[in-house]
Design a protein around this ligand. Structure first.
Ligand code: AMP
Length: 433
């Protein structure tokens, strides 16, 4: 198979790395890719918002399958354009990708299909109406801009002043552009968060190993939200009964609901779940793999990934299994100084060769570019230092040992990724029932 991967982050590096190990794969391209990906696969320039040019590219390369990393091309309808041209692609249709593209749509979809989620307080298209409603709701409250906001459109407000400021930023200062023209207000849930991702062909479902990510910038879950500062996966994270509950109350109703509504779905469905004392509830759906969750996941895949992705795209996922290496894996994200606020780019990265010498560790590139044989930073999240091990502790130790050797001006990373994690997750303390 000849596979084209779309995207430029650590998620895409991990996908490319794993696909290159698949026996069924003869060639992998990545568009546009990044510095690290270009050292391992052929990178092609591309604009991920131009879905027509991406279809031209897949046709010109004669790719047998295109795998979409990020959400933007899916929400724009890349799957529909590929289908129209008879090109194979893994990813949901535009009508199905609304699950991620519109938080209000996702909430209404969950209500239609009785999928457990937090209570909706209201949907607002005017700032004053949102402020009025806020007066009647006790804190904490969660505010969500309806459209795609690159992870910045959600606020869990512990007090009304904070919520009021968010309403002004989204609806009056238009910080998120069109994405903030509708605002969703919902109940704040308490409990333990989990990323539960499945691969589907629209009918059959293959769950991936569960993962947890760390969204806050600093240790102890302090500081602003980021795209993700690390993630891990370990055997036994979920008890079989809790996993069954997630599948029967969330995943299967969602896949069946998409099918009955005629929304063609194949690819990854990411369920952001809060394990509350009243059972698992959905925080969000994404229509693609998570980043950084993909990095620890790919390191644990023990079978031919390309075959599974092709089977999902072609509608016979029931014929293929994904095998998982026993043990655990951990990804530590190294970020540019100042991230997630303003940060400098163009810093030289040293120590990558030393880090590469640790058996069981792999440095995935997120925001790097390569010039001659030297790598430079070019984004907020720069590298995902990832390692596998027989236990969560050993995988995490190995990731940190490798990370210690990597240096660039301003580099920062959390020292507590997967450190305080319980091996088995349990229901959290949601008092709301
Ligand atoms: P989302 O993009 O909807 O997942 O929101 C980003 C993050 O905000 C989630 O990973 C949670 O940490 C938090 N969050 C979202 N919705 C809620 C909620 N209803 N209750 C508590 N936390 C939430």
């Amino acid at each position: 198979m000849r596979i084209l991967v779309l995207g430029s982050g650590g998620r895409e590096h991990a996908l490319v790395w794993k696909l290159l190990q698949s026996r069924s794969v003869s060639h992998v391209w990545c568009a546009p890719g990044n510095g690290g990906i270009c050292a391992e696969a052929e990178c092609v320039e591309a604009d991920l918002r131009d879905i027509w040019a991406l279809a031209d590219l897949a046709a010109r390369l004669e790719a047998d399958l295109t795998v979409v990393g990020p959400e933007a091309p899916l929400v724009l309808g890349i799957a529909d354009e590929f289908a129209r041209r008879g090109l194979a692609l893994l990813g949901p249709s535009k009508e199905a990708a609304k699950l991620e593209g519109s938080k209000v749509f996702a909430k209404e979809f969950m209500a239609r299909h009785k999928i457990p989620t937090s209570r909706t307080y209201g949907v607002f298209d005017r700032a004053n109406a949102a402020r009025e409603a806020l007066k009647t709701i006790a804190s904490p409250v969660v505010l969500k801009a309806d459209g795609l906001c690159a992870g910045k459109g959600v606020l869990v407000a512990s007090e009304h002043r904070e919520a009021g400021a968010f309403i002004a930023r989204a609806m009056e200062q238009r910080e998120f552009g069109e994405s903030g023209s509708l605002l969703l207000m919902e109940e704040a849930l308490r409990g333990t968060e989990l990323s539960y991702i499945v691969l589907t062909d629209g009918e059959h479902i293959t769950p991936l190993a569960p993962t947890q990510d760390h969204k806050r910038a600093f240790e102890g879950d302090q500081g602003p939200n980021t795209g993700g500062m690390g993630a891990y996966s370990a055997d036994g994270m979920l008890s079989p009964s809790l996993e069954d509950q997630i599948l029967s109350t969330i995943v299967r109703p969602a896949i069946a609901g998409l099918a009955t509504e005629g929304r063609a779905y194949n690819g990854f469905l990411y369920c952001g779940v809060m394990l509350t004392s009243a059972g698992p509830k959905v925080l969000e759906f994404n229509c693609r793999l998570g980043d950084p969750e993909t990095q620890p996941l790919m390191m644990r895949v023990g079978s031919d990934l390309a075959q599974a992705l092709q089977a999902a795209a072609e509608g016979h996922l029931d014929e293929v299994q994904i095998l998982w290496k026993p043990g655990a894996s951990t990804c530590v994200v190294m970020a540019s100084g100042g991230y997630p606020g303003t940060f400098d780019v163009g810093k030289r990265i040293d120590g990558l060769e030393q880090a590469a010498e640790f058996t069981g560790a792999k440095v995935f590139h997120a925001g790097t570019r390569r010039k001659d044989d030297t790598y430079y930073t070019c984004s907020g999240r720069v590298l995902g230092v990832t390692a596998v091990g027989p236990s969560l502790g050993s995988a995490t130790d190995l990731a940190y040992q490798a990370a210690q050797h990597i240096k660039f001006e301003g580099a920062h990373y959390r020292k507590d990724i997967a450190r305080h994690s319980r091996q088995t997750l349990a229901a959290g303390g949601d008092q709301s029932g």
